[in-house]
Design a protein around this ligand. Structure first.
Ligand SMILES: Cc1cc2nc3c(=O)[nH]c(=O)nc-3n(C[C@H](O)[C@H](O)[C@H](O)COP(=O)(O)OP(=O)(O)OC[C@H]3O[C@@H](n4cnc5c(N)ncnc54)[C@H](O)[C@@H]3O)c2cc1C
Ligand code: SF4
Length: 331
């Protein structure tokens, strides 16, 4: 084990200044990802700056009706907040279906956005992995790739993005707020998560010292009729094989508004824009849901072990849409 120093900060400016000034420093939030990364030598921080005392843990409604979730809000507190449960059940459900109760009590929303892939080769120091060691190759391409992605892949990396709540936030067009020594930046969530391309080690646009301060979800009435459907090998404490975050509004049995994003099948939280376009104006029937789902997956690229995900993702989308359609329009 390499030695790591630890300090605790109480205000945002000090946190940013401390990490920015030291190339070996990193933020420590709940530690549920960070400590693992240090243990398995996937990251090499020499100094941890604990941000658990920062006053960025509130969940509040903004004057324009948007919901602002502080980066240090715990997954469980967000999942159980009445505001979230009423206005965005998809967020609450995505959180409750992730990790375990103990982890959710500790893990923060900011840390969740920056969790690392569960690809076993990434977590195995003996394996070749372009994400951990750029240019070293990708053992998953020819290895055990049952859990890997079929959308957004490249010849350099096929790892899935593991977050559940990031999928829900992607369906809702959330914005990630970031602070650094130069000021404030706001990233639409779809721009925040990067495709692997030739640089799978670069997963987001943040630079060293950038601090996520909040995640903002726009005021979307359709969010009230939303859900998160997660399909996995076992019913709890497991990552998704395929998941769908969905919000739906019908008018006279026709799709008037729809938001759809996928997890477990793509290299980033995947906004299913093709399916959304195919659904608008169509009758809310199993046939049109299946057609749209097939359209979304038409560019999917499977490996020998994960071909089943193409079908599974379609079934997951259809079931999510059917479930919401059966509830009627409650927005
Ligand atoms: C066994 C297990 C099962 C899990 N299952 C699921 C699951 O099913 N679904 C799911 O979505 N997740 C799951 N997770 C992942 C879990 O949700 C994340 O580990 C957690 O959300 C990370 O938050 P944290 O506060 O602990 O972050 P940390 O571990 O403290 O930090 C993670 C990374 O983010 C950086 N960081 C933290 N906060 C900030 C900030 N505000 N600004 C800038 N950088 C920051 C840190 O430097 C670090 O690099 C699981 C984790 C484990 C260990
Ligand atoms: S899929 Fe990505 S994370 Fe996994 S071994 Fe290949 S390069 Fe590494």
């Amino acid at each position: 084990m390499r030695p790591v120093s630890y300090s605790r900060v109480r205000d945002v400016a000090t946190a940013i200044a401390t990490v920015t000034a030291d190339a070996g420093a990193a933020y420590l939030a709940g530690g549920t990802t960070k400590v693992d990364m240090l243990r398995i030598y996937a990251e090499a921080s020499q100094r941890l700056v604990d941000i658990n005392d920062l006053p960025i843990d509130h969940i509040e409604v903004q004057p324009d009706g948007a919901l602002r979730i502080g980066a240090m809000a715990r997954m469980n507190d967000v999942a159980m907040a009445p505001l979230v449960m009423e206005r965005f059940p998809v967020i609450s459900e995505a959180l409750v279906l992730g990790a375990s109760a103990q982890l959710r009590n500790m893990a923060s929303m900011g840390g969740n956005m920056l969790q690392r892939t569960r690809c076993t080769y990434f977590r195995d120091a003996e394996a070749s992995c372009n994400k951990r060691e750029p240019g070293s190759g990708c053992d998953a391409l020819t290895g055990v790739n049952r859990g890997h992605a079929v959308l957004g892949t490249s010849k350099h990396c096929i790892a899935t993005h593991p977050s559940d709540v990031a999928v829900a936030l992607t369906a809702l067009d959330a914005v990630i707020h970031v602070q650094n020594t130069g000021g404030h930046h706001a990233y639409p969530i779809d721009d925040f998560f990067l495709l692997p391309g030739g640089t799978p080690q670069r997963e987001h646009p943040l630079n060293h010292g950038d601090l996520i301060t909040a995640i903002e979800v726009p005021a979307l009435p359709v969010g009230r009729n939303s859900l998160y459907l997660k399909v996995r090998d076992r019913e709890s404490y497991e990552f998704a094989l395929a998941s769908a975050a969905c919000a739906l509004r019908l008018e006279n049995g026709v799709v008037a508004e729809v938001r759809l994003a996928l997890g477990g099948v793509a290299t980033k939280p995947w906004r299913a824009r093709r399916a959304e376009r195919a659904l608008l104006g169509q009758p809310a029937t199993r046939e049109s849901f299946a057609r749209a789902a097939a359209e979304e997956m038409s560019d999917a690229v499977a490996r020998p072990m994960n071909e089943f995900k193409i079908e599974l993702a379609q079934r997951t989308m259809v079931r999510a849409l059917e479930t919401l359609a059966a509830r009627g329009d409650v927005s």
